[in-house]
Write a protein that binds this ligand. Structure first.
Ligand SMILES: Cc1ncc(COP(=O)(O)O)c(C=O)c1O
Length: 401
């Protein structure tokens, strides 16, 4: 199929963006919700930094790149409409999320409200907090579309509610949860709101002021196209009285045998040690995205993903499972002929990358829908209609043998 002017071909120069993405020459990469392909500039920034470290010393290189490394805060803040002092650099979405979650001083009988699309690692933390502090986990049901039911969430808030925590785009499908409407409710009740935006940052326009969240966590490796082992955490300046469960010598200063002084910005949620080559790579990825603008990226991703869904529906025996009124670049499906694992492996043998989403990733949602493993094909802006055609041809061959 010919690439047309839709899908933001007119505002995004897809040809040159692909030229600057070495991986697209090797594979059809529909595993962007796993880890997207980085740009050439991101890769080179990392490699150059690593060789400087090896040739001149890690601390010395850190000092040399001091100013460039600080750009993480302005670039990530610009992306999310936050202030640079509200941003923290972390090594994964989970690290950021856990620091935020465990910063709330829970007491026996306190309640946290989450939803049916809660992510596995996050829910494990809820269960740990239940064991350690005696909190109660309250689950908001979903609407018929699979979204967080905001009216039901509102009804579940009590005097004991200490946190509202939801996932923006869950791990197991195209669903986009109504993050802004949830923020409105949390703000009305004056309750901290933790948004897992791991799969929305980079593909969907995310604005922390519109969402009114207290905390927002994301990984670098997915739609931001940053290296693995990177992540970000936003902490609203209005909630800086909260501290991470454990502070290190970067988040606080040791003053005497009995005292320490905590940092005054959101960087207290960081740790001193981190992989600076990765951080520099993430800065390049953030700059590239800020130049492209997430609104353009989102339009193109939606165009491509909807096209993929439409084509999948035409393949005999394939069922598409994405929920939500708004659907993202994450496309999930099953076949009545082959398992998700078989399809993923056979696609990979043809140099087409996808992933398998396990039931445990969003256990509550997938058990309720009686779904187990699904193939997850996740699209980024650098993918093309032609790649979707090739994908569909390969899938038809796989499921008919
Ligand atoms: C919704 C969601 N939250 C959190 C994570 C965890 O991200 P990380 O592996 O960077 O900790 C994932 C990863 O798949 C995810 O899909």
């Amino acid at each position: 199929m010919q690439e047309n002017l839709k899908g933001n071909q007119d505002v995004m120069d897809i040809g040159s963006l692909r030229k600057n993405t070495p991986g697209v020459e090797n594979v059809i990469h529909f595993n962007n919700a796993g880890a997207a392909l980085p740009s050439k500039a991101t890769l080179e920034a990392q490699l150059d930094y690593l060789s400087e470290e090896a040739l001149w010393g890690g601390y010395e290189t850190g000092r040399k790149f001091q100013d460039q490394l600080l750009e993480f805060y302005s670039q990530s803040a610009a992306l999310l409409n936050a202030e640079p002092s509200e941003m923290a650099y972390v090594d994964s979405a989970t690290t950021g999320w856990q620091r935020a979650f465990f910063s709330v001083p829970y007491q026996q009988g306190d309640e946290i409200i989450t939803s049916e699309s809660a992510y596995e690692s996050n829910y494990i933390s809820y269960l740990q907090a239940q064991k350690r502090f005696g909190i109660k986990i309250v689950i908001t049901p979903s609407t018929a579309d699979g979204e967080v039911n905001v009216a039901e969430l509102d009804k579940r808030i009590t005097a004991r509610t200490k946190l509202v925590a939801i996932t923006h785009i869950p791990t197991s499908g195209g669903l986009v949860n109504p993050a802004e409407a949830v923020g409105e409710v949390a703000e009305k009740h004056g309750i901290p709101y933790l948004l897992d935006a791991c799969q929305s940052v980079g593909q969907y326009p995310v604005d922390v002021k519109k969402i009114r969240c207290t905390f927002l966590s994301s990984t670098g490796r997915k739609f931001l196209r940053a290296p693995r082992g990177t992540g970000l955490l936003y902490v609203s300046k209005q909630y800086l009285h909260l501290n991470p469960f454990s502070l290190d010598l970067f988040g606080a200063q040791w003053l005497s045998e009995t005292t320490y002084k905590t940092r005054q910005d959101s960087r207290k949620f960081e740790t001193w040690e981190c992989n600076l080559a990765n951080k520099l790579g993430m800065i390049v990825a953030l700059k590239e995205l800020n130049e492209l603008k997430t609104s353009n990226v989102w339009e193109r991703i939606v165009f491509l993903a909807n096209h993929l869904r439409k084509e999948l529906e035409k393949v005999p025996g394939i069922s598409v499972h994405d929920q939500g009124r708004v659907k993202s670049g994450i496309v999930t499906f099953t076949s009545d002929q082959k398992t998700a694992v078989q399809i993923q492996l056979e696609l990979q043998n043809r140099n087409i990358n996808t992933s398998v989403t396990a039931q445990s990733g969003t256990l509550l949602n997938l058990q309720k829908r009686n779904l187990d493993q699904m193939v997850r094909a996740s699209i980024h802006y650098y993918n093309t209609l032609d790649e979707i055609d090739q994908f569909i041809i390969a899938l038809r061959q796989i499921v008919s043998h």
